[in-house]
Design a protein around this ligand. Structure first.
Ligand SMILES: *Cc1c(COP(=O)(O)O)cnc(C)c1O
Length: 387
């Protein structure tokens, strides 16, 4: 077989996964095993100096004064709400296009989620809609830095300050993103991160953190995450068990050092997609001026999504949808769906969005394959149906 034909055959067989954590493990495996071995030998599994070190390194990375590690990103949101005094009778304004954890945390502290529409270009919460949704019961707003792009924080913070609202950022998808040059992590009262394995900074299990410039707020979360402890046997408040363990912290320390390089690789892949999809009927993501986008997800909009996704699958290209069912349509949250709310942009994008393969190690060859298959499928959709 000629080398040209061999290449073509290889290209035909090439599967493109949605994410590939194995590629990353090949890069860091030796360091990870060494660090994990040290934790095992120390037998200091919960808390201790490895967790302390990660917390201070992560705070510094996020341009925040403090960070506290917790069990996962959902708990980070719940504990931040609790520590800010959000509870029964309070309303919390957020967006309906998000992972369910954003709203579940609100419900779990006894408050009511109020869903408002997004800005159609960035998929992040529309500040004007936040202001319009404020009632005497509104206590907080949770902007979501969705897909890796910061929400438009300046107008949100201005409204929150003027109306006396707590701002808790859902930063689970946007580790390292910048807004006006500063990293997310201390714009609001607290920012909540997830270290779920598939996130841009992922542990080898569950993990999460809250960052803030407010030392008292962080101290309250430190207590809440550890049974409200003030000392070994004394508990000042009823808290929970939601601690970051030392094995995860050791792995996260290794990965944090590489995060900026990985984010640059994601940005490169996004640039390839934009180049290779230019001029097609595929609408590619936009980045708000003054912000950086971490491309946790590379989300495009297309017509006829189900057929296109199937066509890609048939070509060995895996895709996802984030999220096909907006939160106000989730059965679990039916009680919080307001029929009078105008969520038109959320509703119109939900059946059109498609998340393409995106991870630091994706190659130009793979991106080319995805873009080619996508163009072919979308062009097919535009052709008049055969008689
Ligand atoms: C992943 C995620 C969470 C929840 O984080 P977990 O660590 O999985 O609990 C919350 N909000 C958003 C937007 C997320 O993507």
């Amino acid at each position: 077989m000629s080398s040209e034909r061999r290449l073509a055959a290889m290209g035909d067989d090439m599967k493109v996964p949605f994410v590939d954590l194995k590629a990353q493990y090949a890069e860091i495996g030796d360091d990870v095993m060494k660090a994990v071995g040290e934790v095992f030998a120390s037998t200091r599994f919960i808390g201790g100096e490895v967790v302390d070190a990660f917390e201070s390194e992560f705070a510094q990375y996020c341009d925040a004064a403090h960070a506290v590690g917790v069990g996962n990103g959902t708990d980070a949101l719940e504990l931040a709400l609790q520590a800010c005094g959000v509870g029964a009778g309070d309303e919390v304004v957020t967006q309906a296009n998000s992972f369910i954890a954003t709203a579940a945390a609100i419900v779990r502290v006894g408050a009511t989620p109020v869903f408002v529409d997004i800005d159609a270009a960035s998929y992040t919460i529309d500040p004007e809609r936040v202001e319009a949704a404020i009632t005497p019961r509104t206590k907080a707003v949770i902007p979501v830095h969705l897909y890796g792009q910061p929400a438009d924080m300046d107008p949100i913070l201005e409204i929150a300050q003027r109306r006396g609202l707590v701002v808790i950022e859902d930063a689970a998808q946007a580790h390292g993103a910048r807004y006006g040059g500063r990293r997310i992590g201390s714009f609001g009262h607290a920012a909540c991160f997830s270290f779920y394995p598939g996130k841009n900074l992922g542990a080898y299990g569950d993990g999460g953190a809250v960052t803030s410039n407010d030392p008292d707020l962080i101290e309250r979360i430190r207590k809440l995450r550890d049974h409200g402890r003030t000392s070994k046997y004394e508990h000042a408040m009823v808290g929970t068990n939601s601690r970051l363990d030392a094995v995860q912290a050791a792995i996260l320390r290794i990965k944090l050092r590489r995060l900026d390089a990985w984010s640059a690789q994601r940005a490169q892949a996004a640039a390839w997609y934009a180049e290779l999809l230019a001029g097609s009927a595929v609408s590619t993501p936009s980045v708000r001026p003054g912000s950086t986008h971490m491309f946790h997800l590379y989300v495009v909009e297309i017509d006829d999504r189900e057929r296109v996704a199937q066509a890609l699958d048939a070509q060995g290209v895996a895709t996802g949808i984030h999220y096909p069912i907006p939160l106000h349509r989730q059965p679990a949250l039916a009680a919080y769906a307001d029929p009078a709310a105008d969520l038109g942009r959320t509703e119109r994008s939900a059946p059109r969005i498609l998340s393409l393969p995106m991870y630091p190690e994706i190659t130009r060859e793979m991106v080319t394959r995805v873009a080619g298959a996508l163009r072919e499928a979308v062009d097919g959709a535009q052709r008049p149906a055969a008689e």
